[in-house]
Design a protein around this ligand. Structure first.
Ligand SMILES: Nc1nc2c(c(=O)[nH]1)N[C@H]1C(S)=C(S)[C@@H](COP(=O)(O)OP(=O)(O)OC[C@H]3O[C@@H](n4cnc5c(N)ncnc54)[C@H](O)[C@@H]3O)O[C@H]1N2
Ligand code: MOO
Length: 388
């Protein structure tokens, strides 16, 4: 058995970077920017009023001005503002030539075409300088996962099409005679396939393009057939059939089909029977079938692999620390990812840690990471956690 960090290194060495495609701005959120993009213009392209009020050359309480025109957003005042003159102005409008200050309308008394600045007058010119937000040529660097703020910024920069990394295509294969799909009627010895659905959701959140393959039955032929359908997947993920039982056929069939295996078995709990390698043009990861094992491996291995495929670096899932609010017994020889609850005073592991318990995983918002052979820990000890 290799360590978790050795397994992750081997997984990263199997990753092949994906190509680039161009998408419309509206389709770019959540995608990874593949190349730097540059602003096509200054923003704002002119000095703009930040408030509704009057543009003047100078402003002090008691000063009076003749209103000589109006500047609105989208329709500038074309003339020059001179001493003793004011232009009615609205938020976002270009500040007319000659004006140095916008006096907000709350600080003005107006009498027909004449205004006077009242005692309420407060400092500040209320002018946004030209290019105060960004300049033509300013860059957004790549790689970067694009969020809603980036989309707004690129829209403002007049970038209508965006170069992004192609979505990793992931084929998800559940294996086992006991499995039926959610919504189907299970037989007396059957259960519902859950892992593929949890992993599908995780992969979608990571910006991948997951595809559910038909459930492979516990025969070599069935498994071979489903492997044969994965088509152009970048990553094939099998679930179950990874261990040592008579019906655990994934390693055998993948091997027969040419899997160049990088490892099988990791000193990790849950997740021990994990395997990986290259299979044709794809990377393959074989996950253990126990539902919590599959999901924990999803967070610890698949998420970093998907990020690496997208060019976002080769980093383990991020960890932080928290104090224990209850003691823990000594750990065994595998790195243990304990389902845990994080509260204001610290973190506590659930009593029940069996790797079949999705209800506990659903309650968990963190995993406590125990190194191999970690001694017993007391309340108050600082432990490493992965937040879910
Ligand atoms: N003698 C040994 N037995 C087992 C060992 C071992 O070292 N020696 N390892 C145990 C560990 S640890 C794990 S984890 C499991 C993993 O086994 P498999 O990967 O072969 O998984 P299966 O046997 O196919 O299934 C295990 C369990 O999970 C359920 N399952 C499978 N796929 C799904 C799915 N898509 N959705 C929901 N549930 C699923 C399956 O019904 C079984 O209950 O092996 C231990 N055994
Ligand atoms: O890896 Mo098994 O994952 O301990 O239940």
């Amino acid at each position: 058995m290799i360590t978790v960090s050795e397994a992750l290194d081997r997984l990263f060495s199997l990753v092949e970077p994906l190509g680039i495609e161009e998408v419309p701005l509206l389709g770019a959120s959540g995608r990874v920017l593949a190349a730097p993009v540059e602003a096509m213009r200054d923003q704002p392209p002119f000095a703009a009023s930040a408030m509704d009020g009057y543009a003047v050359t100078d402003a002090r309480p008691g000063m009076s001005f003749d209103v000589i025109g109006e500047a609105a957003a989208g329709a500038r005042f074309d003339g020059l503002v001179g001493a003793g003159q004011a232009v009615r102005i609205f938020t976002g409008a270009p500040v007319p030539e000659g004006a140095t200050t916008v006096v907000i309308q709350e600080d003005i008394d107006r009498d027909g075409g004449r205004i006077t600045i009242t005692d309420r007058f407060s400092r500040g010119d209320h002018i946004r300088p030209a290019a105060g937000d960004f300049r033509k040529g300013d860059r957004i660097d790549a790689p970067r996962r694009l969020g809603p703020q980036d989309i707004a910024l690129m829209a403002s920069m007049n970038i209508a099409r965006v170069p992004v990394i192609r979505r990793p295509k992931v084929a998800l294969i559940s294996t086992g005679d006991e499995l039926v799909m959610p919504g189907e009627q299970p037989g007396p010895d059957q259960i519902i396939a859950s892992n593929t659905f949890g992993l599908h959701a995780l992969l979608r959140d990571l910006g991948a393009e997951p595809r559910l393959m038909p459930i492979a039955r516990d025969t070599e032929t069935s498994l071979r057939n489903v492997f044969g359908m994965v088509d152009d997947a970048d990553l094939v993920v099998t679930i179950g059939g990874a261990s040592v039982g008579d019906h655990d056929l994934v390693a055998k069939v993948a091997g027969d089909m040419g899997l160049d295996r990088a490892f099988h078995k990791v000193a990790m709990r849950p997740g021990k029977p994990l395997m990986s390698g290259r299979l044709g043009n794809a990377m393959m990861i074989g996950l253990p079938g126990n539902p919590v094992s599959a999901m924990v491996c999803g967070y610890v291995f698949i998420a970093p692999v998907i990020r690496a495929m997208q060019g976002l670096g080769r980093e383990a899932v991020s960890r932080t620390t928290a104090p224990l609010v209850a003691p823990l017994e000594a750990n065994g020889l595998r790195e243990h990812y304990m389902r845990a609850r994080l509260g204001p005073d610290g973190v506590s592991a659930f009593d029940r840690q069996d790797s079949s318990l999705l209800s506990i995983l659903g309650e968990a918002d963190a995993l406590i990471v125990r190194p191999p052979h970690d001694p017993p820990r007391n309340t108050g000890d600082i432990v490493q956690i992965v937040r879910l």
